[in-house]
Ligand binder design. Structure first.
Ligand SMILES: [Zn+2]
Ligand SMILES: [Zn+2]
Length: 175
């Protein structure tokens, strides 16, 4: 996701709005590679503060994932905030960033007239990934006996009661 900032770099105090759409590379998450379902989009405002370029906006898109309960593939919608500061490392119109300053740890250097925000877009998505994927909140999962997807049909397995108090009673009757 590349943004031409040639004009903006010459205009301190100015800002531009951009709308980008592009196919992103697979995302590495918990040891697995997840593919995007279609292009990801970025809506952002980029401001030239005279010292750096601030990018603020939002990323939307979708990932192809498997439901953690019923194991069916589904498209997980994404919407995350993007907030980064970039500074031109090779431009004499911008004051050099002191490497010992706090901002040197957080600001991202770039060279030339094109800002490639792809690594930060991927990072922002990773930071907001859910702990587990659910195709829907009320997904009924798979029968633990026959493996039937209970969202699609019920099975004839006799289901054990989940209530632990009842299982205690059962143990008593067994003895
Ligand atoms: Zn599911
Ligand atoms: Zn079953």
């Amino acid at each position: 996701m590349r943004i031409d900032v040639a004009d903006l770099k010459k205009s301190p105090g100015e800002s531009i709005e951009v709308e980008l759409s592009s196919h992103l590379p697979d995302l590495e998450f918990q040891g697995e590679k997840l593919s995007f379902d279609g292009p990801a989009r970025v809506f952002a405002e980029i401001s030239n503060t005279g010292r750096a370029l601030i990018v603020k906006g939002k990323v939307t898109g979708a990932l192809k994932v498997l439901c953690g309960r019923c194991l069916e593939p589904f498209s997980l919608p994404l919407e995350v905030q993007l907030s980064e500061v970039y500074y031109p490392a090779d431009d004499e119109d911008f004051p050099a960033v002191d490497p010992s300053a706090e901002e040197a740890q957080e600001w991202i250097p770039f060279t030339g007239n094109v800002l490639d925000i792809t690594p930060e877009v991927l990072k922002s998505i990773l930071l907001e990934m859910p702990m587990r994927f659910l195709c829907r909140e009320e997904c009924r999962g798979l029968c633990s006996f026959c493996g039937q997807n209970l969202n699609r049909a019920t099975c004839t397995c006799e289901r054990e009661e989940i209530d632990p108090r009842l299982s205690v009673l059962k143990e008593i009757f067994k003895n």
